[in-house]
Design a protein around this ligand. Structure first.
Ligand code: S3P
Length: 430
């Protein structure tokens, strides 16, 4: 099995071994962006190896922030708050995080920038960042229906009090980043709690960010200072291994140096509630982020319903939860997940079509899925739709199916986790 266009995954007995994950993608993006507008240099160890974070680094270099990368360490020389106009359009690749969060910083720059992306990114909604940043004073134009490409002309911004209509940590971070350049205090209120890496990263770089309930606040004009950090292992990448281990009695998996930020670790609670034995040890705090060791023992999985705030907290883990759902005793129901339709692919449709391809019964709804438990799946040809999390989710489903599964466009995994298929292969026991 190699990370070529098609990956073939065979069934296994269980999962065993110990593992460390590449640095968290959400944190890597934010640390790199804030490093670029900080004074002094920033050294980031275990920086995400995913292509998405390379897109961010590429954009930052085009905006004048020099960096060097050696292995998984990236050293970024900060420019201070003023970046340099890019000579050409910035290519954000497949990365919605790059495009949306960079807009927050570009809103405060006295020049124009064009941002483009690949085919998938070009279909994704950007009005969610355009609306608040325009209200702060940036001028932004987009393609049809608020889709990329974007052209943003920044300048002097005024603080806003913004109530986000969609739960999006990318939007929250974009507004807080723009708030750094604004006159006065910017307030962002989220409908439900989303990941707080933006707030924690701003604090790590020396800014004061207040948080009261679902409101985050930042006063403009604060200076950032470079940091030294080790990026915790990506829990959304670990999710594939945690769910794979949970599927089989006899699995014994240890993951060290894993991000355990409570706004990201809901999967552990869900797996425990479904009957998996999980212990967490050696927990410490690094720049406000919790990190620790997670030990998993597989067993029989019950079932669950994921809705409301849980859906937002598990948004990147739903593909793999849905992929293991047919093997659970009572099945999994996913509600309030309309956002999944505007991710790297329409993940609700991609999950339904591929689960059915493996022989599962699935009810597809506008905002979710209902997947009965107690089902037996067979190997099939999976269409990843070029979406990294769909490719990896079905690699996990394939481990308990009968026969071989081939995953088309499996190389999409490089978006968040190059080396995923090799890591999975070394953890599976046959
Ligand atoms: C992310 C937030 C989520 C998530 C994405 C990363 C982040 O997106 O799906 O993979 O780093 O802030 P939304 O902000 O669109 O919910």
């Amino acid at each position: 099995m190699t990370e070529s266009l098609t990956a073939v995954v065979c069934p296994c007995r269980n999962i065993a071994g110990s593992l460390r994950l590449p640095g968290d993608k959400s944190i890597s993006h934010r640390y790199a962006m804030l490093a670029a507008i900080a004074e002094g240099s920033t050294r980031l160890e275990n920086f995400s190896t995913g292509a998405d974070c390379s897109s961010t680094l590429g954009c930052l270099k085009a905006l004048g922030a020099e960096w060097e990368r050696q292995g998984t360490t990236v050293v970024i020389r900060g420019c201070g708050p003023d970046l340099r106009a890019a000579k050409a359009a910035l290519d954000c690749g497949n990365s919605g995080s790059t495009m949306r969060m960079l807009c927050g910083i570009l809103a405060g720059q006295e020049f124009s920038t064009e941002l483009t992306g690949d085919e998938s990114l070009s279909r994704r909604p950007m009005a969610r960042v355009i609306t608040p940043l325009a209200a702060m004073g940036a001028s932004i134009t987009a393609g049809e229906n608020g889709r990329p490409p974007l052209r943003i002309t920044g300048g002097s911004l005024k603080a806003i009090d913004y109530k986000m209509p969609v739960a999006s940590a990318q939007v929250k971070s974009a507004v807080l980043f723009a708030g750094l350049f604004a006159d006065g205090e910017t307030r962002v209120e989220e409908p439900v709690r989303t990941r707080d890496h933006g707030e924690l990263a701003l604090r790590a770089f020396g800014a004061e960010v207040k948080r009261q309930g679902n409101v985050a606040q930042i006063v403009g004009g604060q200076k950032l200072h470079g940091i030294e950090a080790h990026v915790p292992g990506d829990i959304s990448s670990a999710a594939f291994f945690l769910c794979a281990a949970a599927l089989f009695p006899g699995s014994q998996l240890v993951i060290d140096g894993l991000l355990l930020n409570p706004t990201r670790a809901r999967l552990l609670d869900v797996l425990v509630a479904m009957g998996t034995h999980i212990s967490v040890t050696q927990v410490e705090e690094q720049h406000g982020e919790l990190v620790g060791t997670v030990q998993v023992e597989g067993g029989e999985l019950g079932g669950t319903t994921i809705s409301g705030a849980d859906t937002a907290a598990l948004i990147d883990e739903i593909p793999v939860l849905a992929a293991i759902a047919p093997y659970s005793r009572e099945g999994i129901e996913i509600r309030d997940a309309r956002e999944l339709r505007v991710k790297e692919s329409d993940r609700i449709a991609a999950l339904a079509v591929n689960l059915r391809g493996m022989g599962a019964q699935v009810e597809e709804r506008e905002d979710g899925l209902k997947i009965p438990g107690g089902q037996k799946l067979h190997g099939a040809e999976i269409n990843s739709f070029g979406d990294h999390r769909i490719a990896m989710a079905f690699a996990v489903a394939a481990l308990r199916a009968t026969g071989e599964t081939s995953i088309q466009k499996a190389d999409a995994a490089v978006i968040s986790y190059p080396g995923f298929f090799e890591a999975l292969e070394s953890a599976v026991k046959r």
